[in-house]
Design a protein around this ligand. Structure first.
Ligand SMILES: NC(=[NH2+])NCCC[C@H]1O[C@@H](n2cnc3c(N)ncnc32)[C@H](O)[C@@H]1O
Length: 428
C-alpha cells in the first residue's frame, strides 16, 4: 500500500465529501497512529478521499486513514440482505482449494513437470551432506516427493511432511511403501495450525503459483517460518523474483481479435470491442512466449527475500521497469514469469535455480501474458517505462489484481511520443 497522504497538508476542499457510510470488506490492522483498525463488516463514515488509495474515515468515534480497497459503499436497505458476501465465510476458499489437491490431477501435473521436480531433487542432492541430522519441514508436501527425496538422498534426522488435503492418507502409504517411515512423519494439518514437537532447521516448500503469488500459499509459508523455523534456519526457496518483458503475441492476437475481421468473407469487426473486453482484460495463464517474441531484455521487477518478507507486505507489492526496445515489432502486451533460488546449506555452496522463463526448460506454470487492448508498433530505441503492482484481493485471499502503468517514449518521433497507459487486469 502506498503511503497515505498527510491530512494536515491537504487543503480543506481536497477530497472532502459529506460523510458517506461504507462497509469494511475485510479485517484491517492499521500501521502507525493515523491508520484505522477495523473488522470485516464494520460500518465506517468516510469524511474525505484525499487519494484513490487512502480515505479519511471514522469508525467507533476514532478518525484515521482507511485503505479504500477494503471498503464498499453501504448498500441501500433493500440490497442489505446481500451484505454477507462482503465477509464471505470462506475467504480462502479452502474447501475447494484443498478439495482440488485431494485428487491426483494437480499432483500428476506437478510431478510430470521435470524441470520443477528435478530442481527440488537437485537441492536435496547438492545439500545431502549438510542435511545430515537436520530437522526438515516440507510444507504442503502433496504426495511427499520432496520428503522422499530427503529420506532417499540424504540423512536428515526427521522430516515433517505437512499436508492439509486428504492426499495425506496416501502420502503416508507412499512413505511406508518406499521404506521411509523412520525419517518421514506425515501430518495432515494446515501449516498454520500444525503442532510440531520441535523447531526445524530447514523449511522447504513448493508454494509458487501463477505470476509467483497466485493462490497466496506463500502466506502459509511465512507463517510457518515465523512459528517453526529456528534462528539461523534455512528457507527453500530462499528468494523469488518476478520477471517481466514487453512482447509480441501475434498468434494470440490473431486468434482472439483479428479473427473477427473477415470470418467466412464477412465483416464481424463490430464484435472486436466485445473480444477485447472478454479476452484481453484478464491475464492469459499458461502462455508460452518464444524468446523471439521478447521486444527488450527481460527485467526482474519484484524481488522477494523469504527470510524478511512479511505477510502484511503481500497486500500490495510494487515494482518499477524501464525497457529499451531492442527489436522492431508489435507491442501486444507484457509477459511475466518467476525464478526462485535455493541457497546452499554450506556457506559459499552452489545455489540451485528454478527458472520458469522462456530461456529455460518449460514448466507447468509456463508464463502469464497481459494483453494491451490495442497493439502499438515500436522501434529499436523506443523505451517502455512504468510500474507493476500486485494488489491482493481484500476479500478473496487467494486472488490478486495486477496493474501495469507505463509510458512509451518513441525515439523516432520528433516530439516526445509519451503515451500514458494503464492496464489493470483482475485475476479471475
Ligand atoms: N505450488 C503450488 N501453487 N501448489 C503446489 C503445492 C500445493 C500443496 O500444498 C498443500 N497446501 C497448500 N497450502 C497448505 C497449507 N497451508 N497447509 C498444508 N498444506 C497446504 C496443498 O494441499 C497441495 O497438496
Amino acid at each position: 500500500m502506498s503511503k497515505q497522504p498527510d491530512m494536515q497538508t491537504e487543503t480543506e476542499d481536497e477530497g472532502d465529501v459529506s460523510p458517506e457510510e461504507y462497509v469494511a470488506l475485510s479485517d484491517f490492522t492499521g500501521a502507525g497512529s493515523d491508520q484505522l483498525t477495523f473488522s470485516c463488516g464494520d460500518r465506517l463514515l468516510v469524511h474525505a478521499k484525499p487519494s484513490s488509495e487512502w480515505w479519511w474515515a471514522e469508525v467507533r468515534e476514532v478518525i484515521g486513514y482507511a485503505p479504500a480497497s477494503y471498503l464498499r459503499e453501504r448498500a441501500t436497505d433493500e440490497e442489505e440482505e446481500g451484505e454477507d458476501d462482503a465477509c464471505p465465510d470462506d475467504p480462502w476458499q479452502d474447501e475447494e482449494y484443498f478439495g482440488s489437491y485431494g485428487t491426483l490431477r494437480l499432483h500428476l501435473e506437478m510431478l510430470s513437470d521435470k524441470s520443477r521436480t528435478e530442481a527440488y531433487r537437485q537441492v536435496i542432492l547438492s545439500n545431502s551432506a549438510s542435511l545430515r541430522n537436520k530437522v526438515v519441514m516440507d510444507l504442503g508436501c502433496g504426495t511427499g516427493i520432496i520428503s522422499l527425496f530427503c529420506a532417499q538422498l540424504a540423512e536428515p534426522s526427521l522430516v515433517y511432511a505437512v499436508e492439509a488435503s486428504s492426499m495425506a492418507d496416501y502420502t503416508r502409504q507412499l512413505v511406508k511403501q518406499n521404506g521411509c517411515e523412520e525419517v518421514v512423519t506425515v501430518l495432515q494439518a494446515r501449516a498454520e495450525e500444525v503442532e510440531l514437537p520441535e523447531q526445524v532447521d530447514v523449511l522447504v516448500s513448493e508454494w509458487m503459483g501463477n505470476c509467483l503469488l497466485f493462490e497466496f500459499m506463500v502466506e502459509s509459508v511465512l507463517q510457518a517460518r515465523d512459528c517453526w523455523l529456528r534462528e539461523g534456519g534455512v528457507m527453500w526457496p530462499s528468494s523469488a523474483a518476478l520477471t517481466l518483458v514487453p512482447c509480441q503475441a501475434h498468434s494470440y492476437y490473431e486468434e482472439k481479435m483479428a479473427f473477427w475481421e473477415r470470418p467466412y468473407g464477412l465483416d464481424f469487426t463490430p464484435l472486436q470491442p466485445l473480444a477485447q473486453q472478454e479476452f484481453f482484460t484478464k491475464p492469459k495463464f499458461s502462455h508460452l512466449i518464444e524468446p523471439a517474441d521478447c521486444l527488450a531484455t527481460p527485467s526482474d521487477v519484484i524481488l522477494l527475500d523469504m527470510y524478511t518478507l512479511q505477510v502484511k507486505d503481500l497486500e500490495e507489492i510494487k515494482g518499477q521497469f524501464h525497457f529499451c526496445v531492442d527489436k522492431p515489432g508489435s507491442f501486444h502486451g507484457f509477459t511475466a514469469w518467476f525464478t526462485v533460488h535455493f541457497d546452499s546449506l554450506e556457506t559459499g555452496g552452489a545455489t540451485v535455480e528454478l527458472n520458469t522463463g522462456p530461456h529455460a526448460e518449460p514448466t507447468h506454470w509456463k508464463q502469464t501474458l497481459f494483453m494491451l487492448d490495442k497493439p502499438v508498433s515500436v522501434c529499436v530505441g523506443d523505451s517502455i517505462s512504468g510500474t507493476i503492482a500486485l494488489h491482493r484481493n481484500p476479500i478473496w485471499r487467494r486472488h490478486m489484481t495486477v496493474s501495469l502503468d507505463w509510458n512509451i517514449h518513441s525515439s523516432t518521433e520528433a516530439t516526445e511520443n509519451c503515451k500514458a497507459n494503464t492496464l489493470t487486469l483482475h485475476y479471475a
